[in-house]
Design a protein around this ligand. Structure first.
Ligand code: ATP
Ligand code: MG
Length: 155
């Protein structure tokens, strides 16, 4: 059977088939400094659809669970202390190639090494306080989305 969908219907179908979800957090430093709206504008401007978003505050234990892959690294206590130091905006984002494209938009972990125009270059201060988180692979995205959002919030 040949499926023919002309014009915009074709592109809508293509978008749906190729779309990918990723998980992001606007971190406490960026929220404290009032950069939330500017960062969301960067994200939407780059073509991401915001599927779910909320304001949250997490405990140190919850931050340890989220960043469990880094347990034992020298920066782990500092990282989890920081992530539980104030409100954050966890969110689920969708677009074609969302995981890699968000990482590109965020810039390098250390803002001093981030490319011009990236979110970390513009809004982050240091490697420890770097404004935004983004999933690094499909499996981590699935774990991280489930850590913060219930299925019913992800329609
Ligand atoms: P994130 O997972 O938050 O999106 P990332 O994937 O760019 O950041 P990771 O290697 O996963 O970087 O590290 C997680 C977080 O731990 C970093 O965002 C950073 O805040 C902190 N971190 C990583 N390396 C260091 C370091 N050498 N010194 C201090 N903090 C660090
Ligand atoms: Mg990471």
């Amino acid at each position: 059977m040949v499926l023919y969908t002309g014009g915009s219907a074709f592109f809508a179908l293509r978008r749906e088939i190729l779309s990918q979800r990723t998980f992001s957090i606007i971190k406490p430093d960026a929220v404290r400094k009032g950069h939330t709206a500017a960062i969301l504008a960067e994200i939407e401007g780059a073509g991401f659809k915001i599927v779910a978003i909320k304001r949250a505050s997490i405990s140190k234990a919850q931050a340890e669970g989220f960043y469990a892959v880094h347990a034992g690294r020298p920066f782990f206590p500092e990282l989890t202390e920081f992530m539980s130091s104030g409100p954050i905006f966890p969110m689920v984002l969708e677009k074609e190639n969302a995981i890699a494209d968000l990482r590109k938009l965020m810039g390098a972990t250390d803002p001093a090494k981030a490319e011009e125009g990236t979110i970390r270059k513009k809004y982050a201060e240091s490697i420890g306080e770097n404004a935004i988180h983004g999933s690094d692979a499909e499996e981590t995205a699935a774990f991280e989305i489930g850590y913060f959002f219930a299925g019913l919030e992800l329609k």
